[in-house]
Ligand binder design. Structure first.
Ligand code: GCW
Length: 851
């Protein structure tokens, strides 16, 4: 196939009619919520000569032509004006249409006869004079995708020149490329960190759907063709007739971009909203109810994509309540959707969250395979089993779900999480493409043959026709994902769903050039930062396959190691004084390893071959166990956390090198986020290191764990108004304690500096609670040096690792006898709680010191 991997960075070939001047982008757009805030930046990116016309009148072709026209700028505005002849401009033409339309009108254009739906073909003639260009699609959507591929070209081209090998042809790897939103009727978004819902508010569809159309445009630009709107939890009300009329408006807003609407449904809807006495999937009245409901949907939304189902999981009832299987439930819905061409995405995220922690054989990781593998072959053809990438739940590191190899006669989709639930909630920079790519490339060796997960999804391995990728996006009204660099994850998801052979570096590079600018220093620095970010996060939050050691029964954000244990949720890591890890081996453990095909199982089964980064997922070992690197587990815990925190600090330093090269507003926004992250990485580091030092009793051979030179604890200070409290969990505060200004308005903590004179950076570690904006002042000898307001919105409503925050006052002169003071003023529910101050020699002072 020609140019299968179409729009890469091409340096050879002739200069086609899409002559481009990839000018520097003007910076992040302000104002209303538009796709330009992400990567579809304004015009001046692509210079096309001539008119753009759509051959068909459908809304999709119209948006395609419109999109291309927006990219045109007047050639005279191009520096040097080398292309600027009037005749050239006025007589050039670009046509957009389906292959069929093109063939009919331009029989001499060599458009291929076998373009498939969603596939595009881009061709042109005449680079030295008036040009004629064609963007053809196997269908209308294919033409639209061709337009977006054209629009991407300048981003991948060298400044001022673009060379393209025509024709460019490409098609998506999988037919199902959806985002799932977990939006609730009241306008909140489950696990969303980008503000309130763009779809719903106050129990209704929002009046203003302009952001929805812009979102669809953004999705279409990376080839996403379906969007499921509502939370998989509590989905029943959305099937009422009133809601369906509202959803129709959303479908209408997304349709011009080829994005089809899907929705989550509750299996118990017939009882909940239909007035039936049962929702038993095999009951004829239930079947009739679903058929009628689906007819009602299609009457309003003729291109409705289908249903997503969460059932028998985390409190969502399902077929088990009626003694039926997931296949019975999925097939019931599939039967209703079939006449209309809709599909069912049945989630394999089915498990018992009341497992017995004391049962050493119990294992949540086993659930998906145990439940779904026996059902292989019994699902209707329009059912797709949607499986999370790993067997637990979007942790910082997990092995690939073995279910991908366990369903041979069932279409499968892989679910990944774009919204960073367990990976820093968009407050931490974590570029997830490398993680997804590892899963996609992982070779399960089914039948001892090469079977990378991506080829299973693509239908190459088991010949299933409806594979897919689903990304839980969680967008909202705050510039889509809340954090500018987090948008790289949404972009990467779409690009990988289209082409899983792209590399994370390539995708990062494309995204940076389109979103930030094309300055080579910016591109290489930001790419490096993105690529460093997941390893850094893993280093400070979840070592050796222990998952994410966060508060799993609460926010899923800050450190809380024991919250995973002694409950039924099954995210156990089983640490004690001797060792840590879940034994999932077949020989002595839960047997989970046996769910993998034998060649993979053999690798994980043995301590000799199990990779270090998954060791504790598969095995329980002593803290003194030696890794393949020769290091002990406990020393790795210490080292990796110091390393991770240093890597987070390094991200700040790298971004600072770009100060004069990126848009100032973007610079400041990202800088503040990265500084926050570097501080929070220290909270994580200290929590985990303190905890395992105590648990193991084994000292850090580099002397760091438990020793914090320059740290002055708040509970040891002279306190006025402040009172010492125990922080829970204890590892979230230095020494397990903090001070809080709960009973007074204004409080003080003071220390007398007893060490040598010098210039220092002073970090103040405090707890920024929501529901109030406490004020802090740092003073030396009564003279204020810095003041700030604690007005972030962080999880948890009591001082703990969710909201422990660092403010650094730089380059302060101190001499023995000086009095350091932190004054905290409580506000609302924020008691200006304080953990410690840490005094370190200022690097600037070191640089200034005489040689
Ligand atoms: O990761 C967990 C989340 C839940 C979510 C669930 C799921 C929608 O904490 O918020 O519920 O997964 O995927 O169903």
């Amino acid at each position: 196939m020609e140019n299968r991997r179409g729009a890469g960075r091409r340096k050879s070939g002739f200069a086609g009619p899409f002559v481009c001047a990839a000018l520097l982008a003007a910076g992040l757009a302000a104002g209303g919520q538009t796709a330009d805030q992400a990567w579809l930046r304004g015009p001046n990116r692509l210079i096309l000569f001539g008119k753009v016309i759509a051959l068909g009148s459908s809304p999709i072709e119209q948006s395609a032509a419109q999109e291309l026209s927006r990219s045109i700028s007047h050639p005279a505005s191009v520096k040097g004006g080398v292309f600027s002849t009037r005749e050239w401009r006025e007589n050039s033409l670009t046509v957009v249409g389906t292959a069929q339309e093109i063939r009919k009108l331009y029989p001499d254009v060599p458009v291929p006869g076998d373009l498939k739906p969603d596939e595009y073909w881009i061709w042109g003639r005449g680079s030295q004079g008036p040009s004629f260009s064609v963007v053809a699609g196997g269908d209308e959507r294919g033409a639209l995708y061709g337009v977006f591929a054209t629009r991407r070209l300048p981003a991948t081209a060298e400044m001022g020149k673009l060379k393209v090998d025509y024709p460019l042809r490409d098609h998506p790897a999988v037919p199902i490329r959806w985002v799932d939103e977990w939006d609730n009727a009241d306008g909140t978004v489950e696990r969303g960190y980008g503000g309130r819902s763009i779809f719903f508010e106050g129990g209704k569809v929002r009046e203003d759907l302009a952001p929805v159309a812009e979102y669809a445009r953004l999705l279409a630009s990376v080839g996403i063709n379906g969007c499921n709107l509502n939370n998989v939890n509590g989905a029943a009300p959305f099937l009422t007739s009133e809601w369906l009329r509202g959803l129709k408006r959303i479908a209408d807003a997304m349709r011009p971009w080829g994005v089809h609407l899907a929705m989550s449904v509750a299996l118990v809807s017939p009882e909940k909203i239909g007035g039936l006495k049962t929702s038993d999937p095999l009951d004829p009245a239930v079947k009739a109810w679903w058929a009628a409901k689906v007819n009602e949907i299609y009457a309003l939304i003729p291109d409705f994509a289908g249903f997503t189902v969460k059932a028998d999981s985390e409190g969502q009832p399902g077929p088990a309540s009626y003694g039926r299987s997931p296949a019975d439930a999925a097939n019931l819905l599939a039967g209703a959707l079939k006449p209309h061409g809709g599909v069912v995405l049945y989630r394999a995220f089915v498990y018992n969250n009341h497992l017995d922690w004391s049962d050493m054989k119990a294992d949540r990781a086993r659930a998906a395979y145990d439940i779904f593998h026996p059902l292989d072959g019994s699902f209707a053809p329009n059912v797709i089993v949607q499986t999370k990438e790993g067997p637990i739940d979007f942790q910082a590191r997990e092995p690939v779900s073995p279910l991908f190899g366990g369903l041979r006669q069932t279409s499968q989709a892989m679910e990944v999480q774009i919204t960073q639930e367990y990976t820093g909630q968009q407050r931490h920079l974590v570029y997830l493409a490398p993680m997804w790519k590892q899963v996609l490339d992982f070779d399960l060796r089914a039948d001892r043959k090469s079977t990378p997960v991506k080829e299973i999804l693509e239908g190459k391995s088991f010949h299933r026709p409806l594979g897919g990728m689903v990304g839980v996006a969680g967008v909202g009204r705050d510039a889509w994902l809340g954090s500018p660099l987090a948008l790289a994850n949404l972009y990467a998801f779409g690009r990988l769903a289209w082409n899983p052979d792209l590399t994370p570096e390539q995708i990062a590079d494309e995204w940076i050039r389109q979103t930030i600018n094309i300055d080579p220093v910016v591109v290489s620095t930001v790419e490096k930062m993105l690529m460093q970010s997941w390893p850094a996060y893993e280093h400070y939050t979840g070592f050796l396959g222990s998952q994410t050691l966060t508060d799993i029964t609460g926010s899923h954000y800050g450190p809380n190691i024991e919250s995973s244990e002694r409950n039924g949720w099954g995210q156990w890591h089983r640490d004690d004084h001797e060792g840590i890890g879940m034994d999932r081996s077949v020989a002595t453990g839960t047997g989970f390893v046996g769910q993998y095909p034998p060649e993979v199982a053999r690798v994980y089964q043995s301590l000799n071959t199990c990779p270090d980064n998954l060791l504790l997922f598969f095995h329980h070992v002593r803290y003194t166990h030696k890794l393949h690197s020769g290091q002990t587990v406990i020393q790795y815990i210490y080292d990796s956390h110091y390393k991770g925190a240093a890597e987070a600090a390094q991200l700040v330093a790298e971004w600072e090198t770009l100060k004069s090269r990126v848009n100032p507003a973007l610079y400041d926004d990202v800088h503040a986020r990265l500084e926050y992250q570097a501080g929070h990485a220290i909270v994580w580091r200290d929590a985990i290191v303190q905890y395992f030092l105590k648990q193991s009793g084994i000292p850090d051979n580099k002397g760091r764990a438990g020793h914090y030179p320059g740290r002055l604890e708040a509970e040891d200070a002279r306190l006025t108004g402040y009172k010492a409290i125990d922080v829970t969990p204890w590892e979230d505060a230095s020494g397990g304690k903090a001070v809080t200004c709960a009973d007074a308005k204004s409080c003080m903590a003071e220390w007398t500096w007893g060490r040598k004179a010098g210039r220092f950076d002073i970090a103040v570690q405090y707890f920024d609670l929501q529901g109030g904006a406490a004020r802090f002042v740092f003073a030396v000898n009564g003279q204020p040096v810095a003041s700030w307001t604690a007005n972030a919105t962080l999880p948890s409503r009591r001082p703990d690792g969710d909201n422990s925050t660092r403010y650094t006052v730089r380059d302060v002169e101190l001499k023995p006898g000086d009095v350091l003071r932190v004054e905290g003023t409580a506000d609302g529910n924020d008691p200006a709680a304080l953990d410690y101050v840490e005094v370190r020699p200022a690097p600037m002072a070191a640089a200034r010191a005489p040689q």
